[in-house]
Design a protein around this ligand. Structure first.
Ligand SMILES: N[C@@H](CCC(=O)N[C@@H](CS)C(=O)NCC(=O)O)C(=O)O
Length: 198
């Protein structure tokens, strides 16, 4: 399996972390999107959306969309328990992350970290929605250890990806104690090492 991605991208890191925890063998191929390396005909042949992460499974099968990829890689492991209701609650977070979190927090981070914008150049509406997303997480994590059930799952991986670097998008997490404690728990899980998920 070849993972095409950039280690500076939260969407790509979700895939690396999941592959590592599940002990999937892979080759990492760096794609520099700032140099247009995802906008080539060769890349489009793998993923017509021309985005990273894209995974080449080596048998003519390609998969894109970070949350679809981690869902596929984590099947049969503790990161995606078999129980249908648990999976549905995980999916709820995965869809929410892509529609109500990533477009605001990750985009502000991209503007500041990659385009060199100052915090005040960010669009006010986007900053507002990013704040609402972080507030939703703070509320959801009050009295909880992880986002779904009592255990670390791909829901946590998906949300950790851009929440742990929210400060790079100009967001201050210091007043969000539940999010901060959860980030530390996620970091500990991610550092448990290759193959710890099954
Ligand atoms: N919804 C997609 C978003 C992927 C995405 O936006 N990828 C960015 C990097 S984080 C990218 O490859 N952009 C290349 C481009 O737009 O040219 C996912 O979750 O994988």
């Amino acid at each position: 399996m070849i993972i095409h991605g950039d280690l500076g991208s939260g969407n790509c890191l979700k895939v690396k972390w999941t592959a590592d925890l599940c002990a999937h063998a892979y080759e990492w191929r760096h794609v520099d999107i700032m140099k247009g390396e995802a906008r080539t005909a060769a890349f489009a042949a793998m993923n017509p959306a021309m985005q990273t992460p894209t995974v080449d499974f080596g048998d003519g099968k390609y998969l894109a969309q970070s949350n679809a990829i981690i869902r596929y890689l984590a099947r049969g492991t503790r990161l995606l328990p078999d129980d249908p209701w648990t999976q549905a609650k995980i999916d709820e977070w995965l869809f929410w992350e892509q529609y109500s979190h990533e477009p605001y927090i990750a985009r502000c981070r991209f503007q500041m970290k990659y385009l060199g914008w100052s915090a005040d150049k960010r669009e006010a509406w986007r900053v507002d929605l990013a704040g609402k997303a972080l507030e939703r997480m703070e509320t959801a994590l009050a009295g909880r250890v992880f986002l779904v059930g009592d255990a670390f799952t791909i829901a946590d991986i998906a949300l950790y990806a851009y929440t742990h670097v929210a400060h790079e998008g100009g967001f201050d997490l210091s007043a969000r104690s539940h999010v901060q404690a959860w980030l530390a728990r996620c970091a500990a899980e991610l550092s448990r090492g290759k193959g710890s998920a099954p």
